[in-house]
Design a protein around this ligand. Structure first.
Ligand SMILES: Cc1cc2nc3c(=O)[nH]c(=O)nc-3n(C[C@H](O)[C@H](O)[C@H](O)COP(=O)(O)OP(=O)(O)OC[C@H]3O[C@@H](n4cnc5c(N)ncnc54)[C@H](O)[C@@H]3O)c2cc1C
Length: 374
């Protein structure tokens, strides 16, 4: 690598606590490869963002997924905190269960409404609960991830309900004064003043904050008498292998160190994960081309990426830079993937995969047996 930093001129600026910054491609260490601000937050104790009592409020609203916020939702909370002045508090409204502390994202107050789980379609109830909170806090700005997991839909409902012309969707760039969205097929940015409702596109905000919020847990509002006019038919389970890799939340990925494709398929089925592969594994004909992950393959953003027998070449790492947790199996403790992984198991891929399949099946059988006994 020449050492010259490459900048994509069409890339929007990213909101960070130190102002707007351009994403610099080609970084090989440090910030470029660090993920999961919460996981690293124990490194040093961070100061509280604001000590004064809040005169105003920013509200972030997002659905959780199995008790956690995904990166996009975390960005909405962080945006509310970064933009806040010292007399403005941040209240995070989490729809669904929450099993993590989000004070590190700048949340001063956290309202969790477990029954508004993303797996259930109950828009009238969601709207009523959020409206009660909007009435209580009267936030100057409301931040939501503009996604297909319920938040984009809820955000648009709120905007329509409030007849709020001061709203922006798919916000790619923001600061205290303005927001930008892509316009004219993405060729230019359209800029406007910071509106009340902001639905953020993914990647607009840096979530690694130098401060924390108060993190106080608040009781949710008690809402009754909501008539849901929609009939929720529930979710239909899909085989993980049918899901596009870009949408998969859990990927088991094979590299040149995997000899037996059948074992990795069994492991993926056992864990309920999608299967991906490195370029070498694809070039060898072990996997179809649409399974390739990396610079010349697919870019994935799974919560968990299980890299088995993959060295972690820079071209492969480019494809997994948005994955939250990386687990690796490799027999070489010096392989580059070890630096990127949160957890590495050193050993033979085939042996470890077989052992894992056996363990998971045993645990599942024991769990089922315990369930039957009860
Ligand atoms: C322009 C360009 C674009 C590219 N695009 C991509 C891309 O999109 N995706 C991509 O993946 N690569 C891409 N590459 C290729 C990339 O540089 C690497 O060659 C490739 O990622 C290596 O694949 P691998 O890690 O599976 O294989 P290897 O480099 O051979 O590594 C195999 C790893 O498995 C380990 N291992 C071996 N045997 C075992 C065992 N029995 N048990 C446990 N571990 C074992 C080894 O220690 C090693 O770390 C690109 C290259 C170029 C030049």
């Amino acid at each position: 690598m020449s050492g010259v930093k490459r900048i994509d001129p069409r890339r929007p600026y990213r909101l960070s606590p130190s102002g707007l910054r351009r994403i610099v491609l080609g970084e090989s260490s440090g910030a470029g490869l660090r993920f999961g601000a919460i996981a690293h937050s124990h490194e040093k104790v961070k100061p509280r963002r604001a000590h004064e009592l809040a005169k105003f409020w920013h509200m972030a609203i997002a659905h959780s997924n199995r008790g956690r916020l995904d990166d996009h939702a975390r960005e909405a909370v962080a945006a509310a905190a970064i933009i806040a002045t010292l007399d403005t508090g941040v209240v995070a409204v989490i729809l669904g269960e929450l099993h993590e502390d989000i004070a590190a994202l700048g949340a001063d107050r956290i309202v969790v409404i477990p029954e508004l789980d993303v797996a259930r379609f109950q828009p009238m109830r969601e709207e009523a609960v959020v409206q009660a909170l909007l009435d209580e806090y009267r936030p100057t700005h409301v931040f939501m991830p503009d996604n297909m997991l319920g938040d984009g839909d809820l955000g648009r409902r709120l905007i329509a309900k409030h007849d709020d012309s001061k709203a922006a969707t798919q916000v790619v760039e923001l600061d205290r004064q303005h927001v930008s969205v892509r316009w004219n097929g993405g060729a230019v940015f359209a800029k406007s003043i910071l509106p009340r409702f902001l639905l953020l596109a993914p990647g607009a905000v840096d979530t690694d904050l130098p401060f924390v919020g108060r993190g106080e847990t608040m009781s949710p509002p008690q809402i009754s008498n909501v008539t849901e006019i929609y009939n929720d038919l529930g979710l239909e389970p899909t085989e993980m292998s049918n899901i596009a890799l870009e949408e998969a939340d859990f990927i088991v990925s094979a590299g040149n160190g995997v000899r037996n494709v059948e074992t990795i398929d069994t492991l993926a089925r056992t864990l309920g994960a999608a299967v991906g592969a490195s370029r070498v594994a694809v070039d060898e004909g072990k996997f179809p081309r649409d399974k390739q992950i990396g610079a010349s393959g697919k870019t994935v953003s799974a919560t968990t990426y299980f890299a088995i027998g993959i060295s972690g070449a820079v071209q492969h790492l480019q494809g997994i830079k948005s994955c939250r947790h990386v687990i690796a199996i490799n027999r070489d403790a010096g392989a580059p993937i070890v630096k990127r992984a949160d957890l590495t198991i050193i050993g033979d891929a085939e042996e470890l995969m077989q052992a894992l399949i056996t363990r998971v099946e045993q645990a599942r059988n024991q769990g089922e047996a315990a369930e039957v006994e009860r």
